[in-house]
Structure formats: C-alpha cells, structure tokens
Design a protein around this ligand. Structure first.
Ligand SMILES: O=C(O)CCC(=O)C(=O)O
Ligand SMILES: [Fe+2]
Length: 239
C-alpha cells in the first residue's frame, strides 16, 4: 500500500475526487506491492488454466485466499481512502457499507462475451486494479464516457437510465461512437498494480476484449449503492 496516501487519506481523497470530476478518472500508480501482484497474477493464470483457458469470475473474497485481494476490502487505509473520495465527491457522509468485490479473468473464446457491454454500475465509486493485462494483441483497455449522468434521486430514475442503455440499439450506438474514436470517450491502457478510480454509477463504461490466448484480469471494488434503502429496489429483489 502506498505509504504517503495511508498517512494523508483525507487530503488524498479530496484531490482524487477532484481529478475524477475533471478528468473522468484518477490513478494511483504502483498501488500494489510487486510481490503481492505476482502472487495474484499466478492465482489468475492458475484459475484460467483450471477452467481450460476460459473466463473465470470470483465474487467476494472467500476464494481469493493467499492473495492481497482477500484482505484489501478490510484494509483500514483503503476503506478510509474510498470513504474520503466518496465524501468529497458526493458531499454526504460515507455510508458504513462493505465493498461489492469481483475479480474478472478474461481469456479464451468467452473473453468477447464479457466485453464491450456499456453499463452504469450500481455503486457510486469504482476502484479497479488491473492484475494482468494482455501481453500481445488487443490491449483490453478500459473505456469510459466520463460522468454521463448524475446520481438519480430515486431508484426508479436509475432503472429508466439502465433500460435506456441496456438494449441493442443503444449498445450499437455506443460501440459506433467508440469505433469512430469520439474524443469524449476515454480509452485507458491499464497497468497492472495501479489503482484506477472513477464514478462507476455516473459514467457509462466497459472494457475491450483481449485475444483468446491472452489474459486480461481486473479486480473491482464497488463502493456505496445510492439506492440501497429504496423500497422499490427491495421489493423487486424479493420477487
Ligand atoms: O473489467 C473491467 O475493466 C471493467 C468491468 C466493469 O465495469 C464491471 O465489472 O462493472
Ligand atoms: Fe462496471
């Protein structure tokens, strides 16, 4: 963990939130210790090999034992950092909630199916750590339309946005503007061990694919669902 950040989490949080607001993302270089990163990279390549070279995803930390990713969501300075970014960006006290964590390991013929699906996350802040990036072929960049929308007051408003985005016509349109190279669309070439931060709820985003014989693995820690207390959301979940 980056020591200067651990010392000054609130200053760092404020600064990072400003960067996310103005640039669409922020990055903390070399966030992960190199030896921790190597262990996680080995974990990923073993998991893909066990799955015959195809996509594997892990949600939560229970199967990540032995890697830094198993401990990160309980790391007090990481939690503090995310809470500070949230508070600076949203202007409200950070909720006392856990991260929604996933590790996505793209490879094989299925890599395509897990790519180029533009979406809004359900959580305000997205923290993304690339573990492995493709060594050849397609670079598997992160594609972001920065800060496309504001946090909706209601869950229903959020559902309407999601419906507008989550259909073939809209998806084709987003892909076209991405292919045309629209300059309001960020295409980030990811570096393993860096920490990338963006407003996942507010920013339409996706990832490029990688070649079938390459690996693209990213850890995502999603923080703070603005509609967690929505009665409509809870009702829909129950059915
Ligand atoms: O793997 C990535 O680069 C992004 C994935 C993503 O946006 C998500 O899982 O919500
Ligand atoms: Fe996402």
């Amino acid at each position: 963990m980056n020591v200067s950040l651990a010392d000054q989490p609130s200053i760092a949080g404020n600064h990072l939130a400003q960067q996310i607001n103005s640039n669409g993302y922020a990055v903390i270089e070399n966030f992960v210790d190199p030896s921790d990163l190597r262990v996680a990279q080995q974990f990923v390549s073993d998991a893909i090999a066990r799955n015959n070279g195809e996509y594997v995803g892990f949600s939560g930390t229970k199967d990540l034992g032995g890697t830094f990713l198993a401990d990160l969501p309980q790391d007090p300075s990481f939690i503090e950092l995310c809470r500070n970014i949230y508070e600076s960006g949203v202007g409200k006290p950070a909720p006392d909630v856990n991260f929604y964590q996933i590790l996505r390991c793209l490879s094989g013929s299925e890599a395509q199916n897990h790519s180029m699906m533009f979406h809004f996350d359900s959580y305000v802040l997205t923290a993304l750590i690339p573990i492995t990036v493709p060594a050849h072929g397609m670079p598997g960049r992160l594609v972001i339309h920065p800060n496309t929308r504001n946090i909706r007051k209601t869950y229903l408003g959020n559902l309407v946005d999601k419906a507008l985005v989550d259909n073939p016509i809209a998806q084709n349109w987003f892909k076209k503007s991405y292919q045309k190279g629209a300059d309001n669309v960020l295409r980030l070439t990811l570096k393993p061990g860096n920490l990338y931060l963006f407003w996942g709820y507010r920013s339409l985003h996706t990832n490029e694919a990688c070649d079938a014989d390459a690996i693209r693995a990213t850890a995502l820690l999603h923080y703070a669902d603005p509609h967690a207390d929505s009665r409509l959301k809870q009702m829909l979940r129950r059915h």
